[in-house]
Write a protein that binds this ligand. Structure first.
Ligand SMILES: [Zn+2]
Ligand SMILES: [Zn+2]
Length: 836
């Protein structure tokens, strides 16, 4: 065994740390160890084993947590790539890749194997085992441990060691000899929805297979059956009868009611009459009515062609990237599931990534329908323990199809053949904390490393992916038609400036939209209204001094929430009472300005008192279930109208909706962010796609103050390529992605002085450092100058060469460290999706 190991710890430092390996311990590369770090114990991932003594004194590894790697060599390499590409500390990258935080308080259990029983049996016959390098005392301890385990189900390590005084070393030796099996029982396993169930294997012990009975009955001249039955004592019989009466399967907990000692059950298990299995509880089934199976309808020629291309890419067993551009309602999901099923049929693995909001119980139900137990589903609603349990299922090879949000890209599948990224443009793929990776880009890199195919699917691909397809880096697959030839909805633009001139007042709902809503309601058709701003009023102003009520932690307005009677900051969550006078001048003339989704719902109730109206935003939706419940109500016709934020825009198939109203979806166009036009185009296209998915054609009313803006115009015409050509021109002129790599360097501190000093120092450093071909803008105050108590300044770097940009960023981090600027206060965001 090497003398030292280098361990990556989840701390904001860019290097691993060296620890000495005590004798008897056998850490593995890619496995975790527990080590002392600054008065604490931390777990980290071993990245290297070696014999090079470090220059400083080393501490020792406390415990080896994994006997086998939790990160195989592919995932280790992927982690290293992420660390380099996003300039993230390697230990923090590994932490993000491993959903095992719940396992700190895990326990290790052992159980005896058949070979162990045999060894015990042989030892009992011969008196002492032969050909052993262990001392007689050690052998004695080993057999004491085997004996102890033979009487029990799996046993925790602490209890086993306390009872038999067996050492860790001996236990490892016994595992190697396969006498015992070690299991890492995470809290995960205990807390996950797994129930121990007793399964009846046989009502009577077989006469021959069982060891000779130890009682005096042996040799009596009775029938075999009679003899066997007699060997069961009263308790054992009662238990077996109870099991038989309940169809042979009863949860162990339920057996407790029989008031029989637990040892009876263990005895029956030992005699192979009963088995105890972990039975996963069914995942919460969808409350949606079972949908038409994704495979029951005929695939269109375009779907078939896409499927065939994906199949070719998979069987080639080398990297290929495909961009699946399918308009809303064109049946992309069916293509995904069919492609994944084909991969599984070849014994290989596939990963499907979906945006946060995309993984509804309905989608989960589809996945279960297609893949049964072979699918693992990872979503944000899982507890740490459940997440860890899914992770183990994937690693054991029980689930070769994985579906999940961002971090599912790290799923430990083997023989990866296909990764699909659904709605690849969705911003939830970008992690907004260290490591700030983009799951789509990591998916592409993972596929490259694994020689797999990656499919990026979207109705509105990101500029980057579309550009890559144009440059032939990705093959472009098109699904140009909606399923069953349903037409795309007609889009009518309402110019809200004109509306104001003609009506003489600021309108929330234009006359045109009101008229269309009325018409639909009369025809018993359904309506969706998008207003991408939650709360009642987004601004509270004072008439006397003109000041707005700002969050005390952030430089943003507090939003009024009427029903919950509070003011809330949508950036940090800070809550305050509704003010009755101005905080600045004391005037009582405070008033509420603007409209959020809560107020919109109220307005619509006033206009259409007969209509049943539901609302979908982060205030009404706490989890996936609420989300689905609202959509379900719409689907079943229990609602006439659904109002909501962008949540309502994403990928739901509600057939009764024939009108979509869009209010203020162009607000983003006023923001100082180079992706504003792209986001607006995508949101408008997505929400428009909700209309007319059933028999009746759909219509969209698009209210805007920017009616001449190209994002609005192209979205209204469903002109995807028109928008992209125009937007690519703009990006090229401005040296923005995809023509340039960019990074946002944010300097933050709760102390304004620090933020100013540090950004000034780094500004001077950038000035005097030669960096050819890299533009450095800043320092400038960030668009949101204060957020979650931090004052914020930033630099934006643009460069056609990513290598040069990252080299400069690395040098900048070193310069910041030399100036004693804490690493946590300098945030480097490579390929940012959000510059605010
Ligand atoms: Zn005032
Ligand atoms: Zn705030």
């Amino acid at each position: 065994m090497p003398l030292f190991c280098d361990v990556a710890l989840a701390v904001p430092l860019d290097m691993p740390f060296t620890y000495a390996i005590p004798p008897g311990m056998e850490p593995v590369v890619g496995g975790r160890v527990l080590v002392p770090f600054r008065q604490k114990r931390m777990s980290g991932v071993v990245v290297e084993l070696h014999d090079r003594p470090p220059r400083v004194a080393t501490k020792k590894v406390i415990e080896v947590l994994d006997l086998e790697p939790v990160l195989d060599k592919h995932l280790l390499k992927l982690g290293q790539w992420i660390a380099d590409y996003y300039l993230a500390p390697i230990g923090e990258v590994f932490r993000a890749m491993l959903p095992l935080s719940a396992e700190f308080k895990r326990s290790v259990t052992y159980r005896i194997t058949d070979e162990g029983r045999l060894a015990l049996h042989l030892a009992g016959m011969s008196g002492s085992p032969s050909r052993s390098q262990r001392t007689p005392e050690q052998q004695l301890v080993e057999f004491r441990a085997l004996d102890y385990l033979a009487e029990r189900e799996s046993t925790r390590e602490e209890r086993l060691r306390a009872a038999t005084r067996v050492s860790k070393e001996l236990l490892s030796g016994m595992v190697r000899k396969k006498w015992i099996a070690r299991e890492d029982v995470s809290e995960a396993r205990e807390a996950a929805r797994v129930v121990k169930v007793a399964v009846l294997l046989a009502a009577e012990p077989p006469a021959e297979a069982s060891p000779p009975p130890d009682g005096p009955e042996a040799g009596h001249g009775k029938t075999l059956a009679g003899r066997a039955a007699k060997r069961l004592n009263q308790n054992q019989r009662t238990l077996i009868e109870a099991l038989a009466a309940s169809g042979g399967r009863v949860p162990v907990d339920a057996l407790r009611e029989l008031d029989i000692p637990h040892t009876t059950l263990t005895t029956l298990v030992r005699r192979s009459l009963v088995n105890i299995v972990d039975e996963p509880q069914p995942l919460t089934a969808s409350r949606l009515k079972p949908r038409q199976s994704p495979f029951e309808f005929e695939f269109s020629p375009a779907q078939r062609a896409a499927l065939a291309r994906i199949g070719e890419a998979v069987t080639a067993r080398k990297f290929s990237g495909l961009l699946l551009h399918g308009i809303t309602g064109s049946g992309k999901t069916a293509v995904y599931l069919a492609a994944m099923r084909a991969v599984l049929e070849h014994g290989r693995s596939a990963i499907l990534l979906v945006p946060e909001i995309g993984l509804t119980p309905a989608v989960a139900a589809d996945l279960h329908q297609v893949f049964g137990d072979e699918v693992a589903i990872l979503h944000s609603g899982l507890s740490n323990a459940e997440r860890a349990e899914q992770w183990h299922r994937i690693r054991r090879g029980e689930a070769r199809a994985v579906a999940g949000t961002r971090s599912a890209v790290f799923a430990p599948v083997s023989d990866l053949a296909l990764i699909i990224v659904d709605e690849e443009q969705d911003s939830s793929y970008k992690q907004e904390e260290t490591p700030r990776y983009h799951a789509r880009d990591v998916a592409v890199m993972r596929a490259k490393m694994a020689g797999a195919a990656v499919v990026l699917g979207s109705a509105t691909p990101s500029l980057e992916s579309y550009y890559n397809a144009k440059k032939n880096k990705y093959a472009l697959l098109e699904l140009p038609d909606r399923v069953e030839q349903r037409p795309l909805p007609e889009v009518e633009i309402v110019d809200m400036r004109k509306e104001f001139q003609e009506t003489g007042q600021e309108q929330v709902i234009s006359r045109k939209l009101a008229e269309e809503i009325r018409e639909r309601l009369e025809k018993k058709e359904q309506v969706m209204i998008l207003l991408n701003r939650r709360g009642y009023s987004p601004v509270v102003l004072c008439r006397a001094c003109g000041k707005a009520l700002q969050c005390k932690n952030c430089a943003v307005s507090m939003t009024h929430h009427k029903r919950e009677r509070k003011m809330e900051c949508h950036y940090c969550g800070h809550v305050e009472h509704i003010p009755d006078k101005c905080a600045h001048c004391g005037s009582e003339y405070v008033y509420f300005v603007g409209t959020g989704s809560e107020k919109l719902e109220e307005l619509l109730h006033g206009m259409f008192p007969q209509a049943r109206i539901g609302r979908l935003d982060r205030d009404t939706v706490r989890g996936r279930e609420d989300f689905e419940r609202a959509l379900n109500a719409l689907n079943e016709g229990a609602l006439d109208m659904l109002v909501g934020t962008q949540m309502i825009a994403k990928g739901h198939d509600i057939h009764g909706v024939t009108l979509v109203g869009v209010i203020g979806a162009d607000m983003a166009l006023g923001l100082p962010d180079f992706r504003a036009a792209e986001r607006t185009f995508q949101l408008l296209t997505q929400v428009a796609g909700r209309a007319g998915r059933g028999q009746s054609p759909g219509k969209v009313i698009l209210q805007t103050y920017f009616q001449d803006h190209y994002a609005v115009q192209f979205a209204a015409r469903h002109d995807f390529s028109g928008f992209y050509e125009k937007e690519l021109q703009f990006r090229a002129w401005m040296h923005y992605p995809p023509y340039s790599a960019i990074a946002n360097v944010l300097i933050r501190s709760e102390k304004l002085d620090d933020a100013l000093t540090w950004s000034g120092e780094l500004g001077r450093w950038f000035e005097k450092t030669r960096h050819e071909g890299i533009r450095v803008l800043g320092p400038a105050a960030a668009p949101i100058t204060r957020l979650k108590r931090d004052y914020r300044y930033h630099f934006i770097l643009k460069s056609p060469s990513r290598e040069k940009m990252n080299a400069l960023l690395r040098a900048m981090l070193a310069a910041a460290a030399a100036r004693k600027i804490p690493r946590t206060q300098v945030i480097v965001d490579v390929d940012p999706v959000w510059l605010m």
